[in-house]
Design a protein around this ligand. Structure first.
Ligand code: DI6
Ligand code: FE
Length: 407
């Protein structure tokens, strides 16, 4: 007779499995948890008999996979509220970056912060995500820009997993900006990353993926290709900030390296989208950055849909272009700014976000054998998760079967 740790009954379940049924809904459902994993999910009337375990009635509340924020920069020193004011006065993001502000000002603040300071400020942001049902957060480096400080950021990112109960996935994003020491010598900086920083970070077990910022104000496709070759030699998957401010061939580059995801994509061409489709890359859309920068060029949503590129949605939480610590808000923004459907938004923060992190085998849908990362909501229908802005209906959050939050 199977023995489970917990059985959730009287549940309405949005499994988010790919199926003909919207949201993969199971009404009158039940979900069993054993050893931190989903042991069973289905109609309560079909539960195997004789299960011996603690049962908890959800009184018809909704269950979804816990949310996943697959693109963040939550570890950084200081903030950029002053630059935010300058931008309101009409100075552009590119002008601020060229004058040595922007990313480089966060680099200075991050280098001078201790690991504890970085962990404490990031923990506040992670807590804000977790209280809305987020169980997995991707965290990028990219404000250290030298060996010591990139490793410091990645160690902090790893340490945060233990602190909050949340699991973290780390991305090495040292190719985020050219640091002052290498001004005018971007090729040499990339060489240093390939020869020293990335191998050391990988050796220390701190890197789950390698990311880069492909943009005229950052790195060229050739420079990033050099870095991605090193990543491949180290058996690390890649992903890319692509075509956010201009079409710089980012999507094609990401596809050619079979990237897990290509993120932003406002300026991606039809050819770029075909390349993503062929390579199975996830398109990660970041409406918080679109909103903050006052962008008008929309990502090519219809073509992404037409070519069946999987779409994820994330906060891009960062101090410059997306001071957004709420994945639920990003879902709402993706409906209002990008016209994604509420179902696309929820799939984009569960199943497709898991796919974008290479974790779909383990989470992102409610299926037997996956980690029991489950959110319980006081809602009448899962479309409400994209409808409200600023209302938190989370009732319980289980991560690996452990209840880490109850409202
Ligand atoms: N993600 C990034 O890394 C850059 N834009 C974005 O959407 C900029 C981050 C920053 O300005 O600090
Ligand atoms: Fe980003």
């Amino acid at each position: 007779m199977p023995s489970w740790d917990l059985l959730l009954t009287n549940a309405r379940i949005a499994t988010m499995q790919e199926s003909d049924v919207a949201y993969g809904v199971i009404e009158n459902g039940a979900l069993g948890i054993a050893d931190g994993k989903i042991a069973w999910v289905g109609l309560e009337s079909e539960l195997p008999s004789g299960i011996n375990c603690k049962a908890l009635s959800l009184h018809n509340r909704w269950l979804t996979p816990a949310l996943i924020d697959c693109h963040t920069h939550v570890v950084f020193g200081g903030n950029r509220a002053e630059e935010f004011e300058q931008r309101l006065m009409g100075v552009s993001y590119e002008e601020i970056a060229k004058a040595g502000g922007g990313i480089l000002s966060t680099v200075n603040a991050t280098r001078s912060a201790s690991s504890d300071e970085l962990a404490n400020s990031a923990a506040v942001r992670l807590h804000s995500l977790a209280r809305e049902g987020v169980a997995t957060v991707e965290i990028k480096s990219g404000y250290g820009l030298d060996v010591e400080n990139e490793l410091k950021m990645l160690r902090v990112a790893r340490s945060l997993a233990g602190l909050s109960g949340i699991s973290t996935s780390t991305s090495f994003l040292a190719a985020h900006a050219v640091p002052a020491e290498f001004a005018g010598k971007a090729d040499q900086y990339i060489e240093m990353l390939c020869e020293e920083a990335l191998p050391q970070a990988a050796e220390a077990g701190l890197v789950d993926a390698v990311d880069a910022y492909c943009e005229s104000i950052a790195f060229s496709t050739d420079q990033i290709a050099r870095l991605f070759e090193t990543a491949q030699a180290l058996n690390l998957p890649v992903k890319l900030h692509a075509d956010q401010l201009s079409d710089s061939g980012g999507a094609e580059l990401a596809a050619s390296f079979h990237a897990l995801s290509a993120d932003h994509l406002e300026y991606t061409s039809n050819e770029g989208i075909s390349a993503l489709a062929d390579a199975g890359c996830v398109a990660v859309l970041l409406p918080g950055a679109f909103l903050t920068l006052g962008e008008t060029q929309l990502p090519p949503i219809d073509t992404l849909r037409e070519k069946q590129v999987p779409i994820a949605v994330a906060t891009d939480c960062n101090p410059g272009t997306s001071p957004v610590c709420s994945l639920r808000s990003a879902m709402n923004l993706a409906t209002s700014l990008f016209k994604l459907t509420p179902e696309e938004c929820l799939a984009g923060t569960t199943r497709e976000a898991a796919r974008a992190l290479g974790l779909l085998h383990d989470r992102g849908t409610l299926e037997k054998g996956k980690r029991a990362d489950v959110a319980v909501w006081n809602i009448g229908h899962p479309r409400e998760l994209s409808y409200w802005l600023g209302l938190n209906e989370l009732s319980d959050l289980f991560i690996g079967g452990r209840e880490i939050f109850r409202s």
